[in-house]
Design a protein around this ligand. Structure first.
Ligand SMILES: Cc1ncc(COP(=O)(O)O)c(C=O)c1O
Length: 379
């Protein structure tokens, strides 16, 4: 079979009546709040996974304009998308890079995390002709990427060769959201010990960053020069500290009502007939389903907003549609906008509250929002 690369479907603004409304002013204000909580440290704004579903290029531009030092992405492709979108600030590829891709990274001015000892020698061969700034990832307890503290000693000769390009050292907390800070503090101590070992070997990365959003909110930053928040920039948090900081959710998911029908008691709705109308009622169908990222398990559990009131999602969520029950006397008509994810953190259909209903984290709900959803950006 021949390999083919197809352009992703581009939503047309006048097409499907489903849109994510993204308030870039809120993103910029959240950046200011997080930076203040982080004592003014430099911000690597994490915009991987299409800026957690919010739209990588517009969000990236807004963060850069609002004073982020740089943006962090997970892959080469995500970095290239931002460069092609005209973003010129530093871009850090968190997931590392195969050595063969270094020339591309160099041409595009990407900064690369060094994520494993096996890359050191190959990088040292390529960087003199294709220079790239590097951040050394240290695995202080996340168990994914990075050099283990026990490996560092053996890697020092290789790291000395890379020293001219080594701009930063970084780690990542596994439990910054945990009220028990024991493990996080252990990670910090290991990070400091690694930095001291590097310094003894004459390696002094100018930037040090270990903290995500929750570490900023919980003050786990110690000697770090920079931080790497993601979630908090979008106004989302699972911590009380985040709410008291006044973070404002940046995204609302809105679908226009496609059809309304009045049904008698006993009518069943959707696949599997999991909802039976207990009385005569209106059923509104919205063009948003699990293919858009609206979770199927919100069927018979989620709520949506209309004109300041909330109504239950009834029956199973299907691929492209979901159904909402409204009393007979509720004014509702095709074209009316219903809010599926509210930007009011206290509403029962905020991203955080729906995540709680589902027993998951807010990240999963916004990251899942499909690229076929039209995104509208407000300054
Ligand atoms: C390496 C790294 N740094 C920073 C972040 C940002 O974390 P958060 O969104 O919790 O602030 C992430 C997110 O997954 C990450 O993987």
């Amino acid at each position: 079979m021949n390999e083919q690369s197809l352009e992703p479907l581009k939503p047309h603004p006048e097409g499907r009546a489903l849109r994510a409304e993204v308030d870039l002013g809120r993103v910029a204000r959240n950046l200011g709040r997080v930076q203040a909580a982080a004592g003014g440290r430099g911000i690597w704004g994490v915009v991987k996974a299409n800026a957690y579903g919010h739209g990588a290029v517009p969000v990236g531009r807004a963060l850069a304009a609002a004073g982020a030092h740089g943006l962090a992405v997970s892959s080469l492709e995500e970095g290239l998308e931002l460069r092609q979108g005209g973003i010129e600030c530093p871009l850090l590829v968190l997931g590392g890079l195969r050595p063969e891709a270094l020339p591309t990274a160099s041409a595009e001015g990407l900064t690369i995390a060094v994520v494993g000892p096996e890359h050191l020698a190959q990088y040292a061969q390529i960087l003199p002709s294709h220079p790239v700034k590097l951040h050394l990832k240290l695995d202080t307890g996340m168990g994914r990427f990075g050099l283990l503290p026990s490996e560092l000693g053996g890697c020092l000769p290789g790291l000395r060769q890379l020293a001219p390009w080594l701009e930063g050292a970084m780690g990542h907390f596994a439990t910054a959201d945990d009220p028990d800070q024991g493990f996080a503090l252990r990670q910090r101590r290991l990070f400091d010990a690694c930095l001291a070992q590097l310094a003894d070997a004459g390696i002094h990365p100018a930037q040090r960053h270990h903290g995500n959003s929750d570490a900023c909110l919980r003050g786990l930053l110690d000697q770090d020069t920079h931080v790497r928040p993601g979630l908090a920039l979008f106004g989302l948090t699972t911590l009380l500290e985040g709410r008291t900081l006044g973070l404002e959710p940046a995204l609302a998911l809105v679908a226009e009502v496609a059809r309304v029908k009045t049904v008698p008691a006993g009518t069943t709705v959707g696949y599997g007939r999991t909802f039976v109308a207990p009385e005569p009622m209106q059923i509104a169908t919205l063009a948003c389903g699990y293919a858009d990222g609206y979770r199927r398990d919100l069927g018979n559990r989620g709520v949506v907003g209309l004109a300041g009131r909330t109504f239950p999602v009834v029956g199973r969520v299907s691929m492209d549609y979901l159904t909402v029950a409204l009393p007979l006397d509720t004014p509702v008509a095709p074209g009316d906008p219903m809010t599926l994810f509210s930007a009011d953190p206290d509403s029962p259909h905020s991203v955080e509250r729906l995540a709680q209903v589902l027993g998951t984290i807010p990240y999963e709900l916004t990251c899942a929002l499909h690229r076929r959803i039209t995104r509208r950006f407000f300054p």
